[in-house]
Design a protein around this ligand. Structure first.
Ligand SMILES: [Zn+2]
Length: 410
């Protein structure tokens, strides 16, 4: 399947979607349950379709498998409506934000973000990030944030507040957050200094990390795409929890900025574990030194209690398993820290950061050469293993978390 064009229309408080799609005969797509499918059209003819049961998906919402009954491969048009909730989807008169991860356009079962043009009818006089206003058509034209068409942000220019430094720009819409955002700007500088000391000096991104602080009462999230282009979307949980929210933002920034050093491994395969483990481990190391300790403890506890049932890092079919690449490698590094000490893991990270071509084979080769062949063999074995024997009740973990809390209290 191939998405050719997504058009959005605003109607009262609802959004109408019209998506042109190329589909093979018998091919299906998934559409979020938060959206209502109105009709499918092919060459001006309405066509029948089958809708499967609601399935909890890889995406952030449940979705339904839709199979249009087409007689041959070709272009179809799908009309649907609704307002995806959560995950940074905001629809107010001064701010519209739509986030790909809630899937408001047809998707194959495996979430794949592909470029396609998007047009949004309405909101003249506002500002669309990464979009252009077409006067003649009275429409926004966009390929989405950082080339990801599944992310759209339009806002009234007068409601936008900004604070920035050479590495990051924070865009927010609530003046009460000014102080907290100042803390973020300082924290970015500290994170970068820390990483440069540990993993070597890097050129700052050609484009700043852009953080959009958008009200959302359920979730927080971040994404990055492309070389040296980083966008972070960070969402407060609820206004009474602003301090906790700021702490979480630090965790997200520490991870996303880690990608300046940990990027370049193939993101379409299991090799993506190198990018994600690198970024997450740098984040954990930062939290160990600077806190917030509660976040570090929460991350470690969650990691240890959730990693084992996930698929091994090296999936048998070689595909990128989104859950595994984010958790399994970090659990592996934690296991190595327990068995060999933190310094060894720091050395591995440094080798990884400085590989010119990032692949697991190249990393293992560097470990064999610079550290030890036994260590490389041990890591290789763990790549295909699900359970590393880490447990929440493990006295080593308990002791270690205790030590971490004491160190950061000093
Ligand atoms: Zn990441």
């Amino acid at each position: 399947m191939k998405v050719i064009h997504l058009q959005l229309f605003e109607q009262a408080s609802d959004l109408l979607f019209r998506c042109q799609l190329y589909l093979e005969k018998g091919e299906s797509f998934w559409l979020s349950d938060q959206l209502t499918l109105r009709r499918i059209v092919s060459q001006d003819q309405e066509i029948a379709f089958e809708a499967g049961p609601s399935e909890p998906m890889l995406f952030r919402s449940a979705a339904r498998k839709i199979t249009p009954r087409i007689v041959q491969a070709g272009e179809i048009e799908i009309e649907y409506q609704g307002q995806p909730a959560g995950w940074g989807n905001v629809n107010r008169s001064d701010l519209l934000a739509l986030n790909a991860y809630s899937v408001y356009y047809p998707q194959p079962k495996t979430l794949s973000l592909v470029q396609f043009p998007l047009t949004y009818q309405g909101r003249p006089g506002q500002v669309m990030l990464e979009g252009q206003w077409d006067e003649a058509q009275n429409t926004w034209l966009s390929s989405g944030l950082a080339g990801d068409p599944g992310n759209v942000v339009i806002y009234k220019p007068e409601s936008k507040l900004t604070q920035e430094n050479p590495a990051a720009q924070f865009v927010y819409f609530n003046p009460d957050e000014t102080e907290i955002i100042s803390r973020m700007v300082e924290e970015v500088e500290q994170i970068l200094m820390e990483y440069q000391t540990a993993y070597g000096v890097r050129k700052l991104p050609q484009r700043k990390m852009i953080s959009l602080d958008i009200p959302d009462y359920r979730n927080a999230g971040a994404f990055q795409r492309g070389e040296w282009t980083f966008y972070t979307r960070i969402l407060p949980e609820d206004c009474s929890q602003i301090q906790k929210h700021a702490d979480r933002m630090i965790g997200l920034m520490a991870h996303e900025l880690g990608h300046l050093w940990f990027t370049g491994a193939d993101v379409s395969s299991w090799e993506d574990w190198l990018n994600e483990t690198g970024a997450e481990w740098t984040c954990l190391r930062y939290l160990m030194k600077h806190g917030p300790t509660w976040l570090l403890k929460q991350k470690l506890n969650t990691l240890v209690s959730t990693y084992a049932p996930l698929r091994p890092i090296r999936t048998p079919e070689g595909k990128n398993d989104a859950k595994s690449i984010h958790q399994k490698g970090t659990a592996l590094f934690l296991k190595l820290a327990f068995d060999h000490g933190m310094t060894v893991v720091d050395q591995i990270l440094s080798l990884l950061a400085n590989l010119t071509v990032k692949s697991t084979a190249a990393l293992l080769e560097a470990i064999r050469r610079e550290l030890s062949p036994e260590l490389a063999a041990e890591i290789e074995k763990f790549l295909d293993q699900a359970d590393f024997g880490l447990s929440r009740e493990d006295p080593i973990l308990k002791e270690w978390i205790e030590a971490v809390s004491q160190a950061s209290a000093e």
